[in-house]
Design a protein around this ligand. Structure first.
Ligand code: GLY
Length: 361
């Protein structure tokens, strides 16, 4: 098992990565005998994994209440948080209770948000079960919910006590969810690491077929890259902005389709292609590098074309509200080489519209 520490100004915690790691004593370090926990998960994960995980807690003499939500991004709402807070109050949970998020990004974000506001803040642990949450969402303390006018518009920064990443969970992950996670993996490579990008070009099929060592390498690599950034810019004032390649376009797609038909990673994949197009239009990237980036996205079975039924002008409504925008000016992260990004301030609307148009089939 690999243990990497994330150190922020206020908090240091381990990200444990491995296979079958629940057998290792030290992954349970945040929990003490007699603790009260609430396991937060969704119906799908509950059927597949809940009993197994609860068994470990009971073996350690930790009592566990269970709170189970419906599955899907469209449940990442204030209402779900309200239901969880009501459950905590009804069960008399206090400031010593700990929440345990067992699931993907939706469960992690809702649980972290509830933990950050319940009785002014209680502890929580992330047990990410999707590739996307293992490489990205569970690390770094972003919590929150969606609003119909924008993705992740309501939330907090609240770091977990620990992240427990077991790649066994991926064995039950649907293929569409797996490739959605690979989109974030590709984001890390395009954004920060030319050598990792070249490794992915050669090994993408091994990841798609869940070859153990390759998947572990990928998760560790992405976690290391993310930890480096979050440890110097927890609150996204500068370098953490760079973790958002493709997200400004991608979030617009997700919100437009009411968080139902496009998975986050699929929307980010197309969003990255749009960001590459912006860079091409402005002459800021060489054509061969742009082509290699788009090919890698395509070879990972991810979409590279804009949704047919969303007109280019519709993107703007969401993009002006993006958290990276200021006073309605759109700010975009674009790649300028493999492993290198830049931040474009005050991007003109016609540049955005022509990049979206270039992504139609
Ligand atoms: N998912 C990007 C971040 O955590 O900053």
């Amino acid at each position: 098992m690999k243990k990497i520490f994330l150190q922020t100004a206020s908090h240091t915690y381990p990200v444990n990565i491995g296979c079958n790691i629940f057998n290792a004593q030290n992954v349970f370090h945040p929990f003490q005998v007699g603790d009260r926990c609430v396991l937060v998960t969704n119906h799908t994960i509950s059927i597949l994994w809940k009993q197994k995980i609860v068994k470990y807690f009971l073996k350690k003499k930790i009592s566990v209440d269970e709170f189970i939500l419906s599955d899907g991004e469209n449940y990442k709402t204030l209402n779900s948080v309200h239901l969880l807070l009501t459950f905590l109050l009804k069960k008399l949970h206090d400031r010593n209770s700990m929440l345990v998020a067992l699931g993907g990004g939706v469960i992690g974000d809702i649980t972290g948000f509830a933990a950050s506001i319940y009785q002014r803040g209680i502890r929580f642990v992330q047990i990410p079960t999707t590739l996307l949450s293992q490489v990205d969402a569970a690390i770094g303390g972003k919590t929150g919910v969606n609003h119909e006018l924008g993705k992740n518009m309501i939330g907090t920064f609240w770091q977990p006590e620990s992240v427990i990443t077991d790649i066994n969970f991926l064995s039950t992950l649907p293929y569409k969810q797996l490739i959605s996670g690979i989109s974030e993996v590709i984001k890390y490579a395009i954004s920060f690491d030319d050598a990792f990008f070249q490794w992915l070009e050669k090994n993408i099929k091994k990841i798609l077929s869940l070859e153990l060592d390759s998947v572990l390498y990928c998760i560790q690599k992405c976690c290391e890259l993310k930890i480096n950034i979050v440890s110097t810019d927890e609150r996204e004032k500068s370098s953490r902005l760079l973790l958002n390649l493709g997200h400004t376009f991608g979030h617009a797609i997700e919100a437009y389709f009411e968080y139902s038909s496009w998975l986050h990673g699929e929307a980010v994949a197309v969003g990255m292609v749009m960001a590459i197009q912006v860079s091409k239009t402005l002459g800021m990237i060489n054509t061969n590098n742009a082509k290699r980036m788009i090919n890698l996205i395509k070879n990972a079975d991810l979409p590279i074309y804009a949704p047919q039924d969303m007109c280019p002008e519709s993107y703007l409504k969401y993009m002006v509200r993006d958290k990276k925008s200021y006073s309605g000016n759109i700010q975009l992260i674009i790649p300028i080489a493999i492993g290198q990004l830049t931040i474009l301030k005050n991007v003109k609307k016609n540049i955005i519209i022509s990049a979206v148009k270039a992504c139609f089939k």
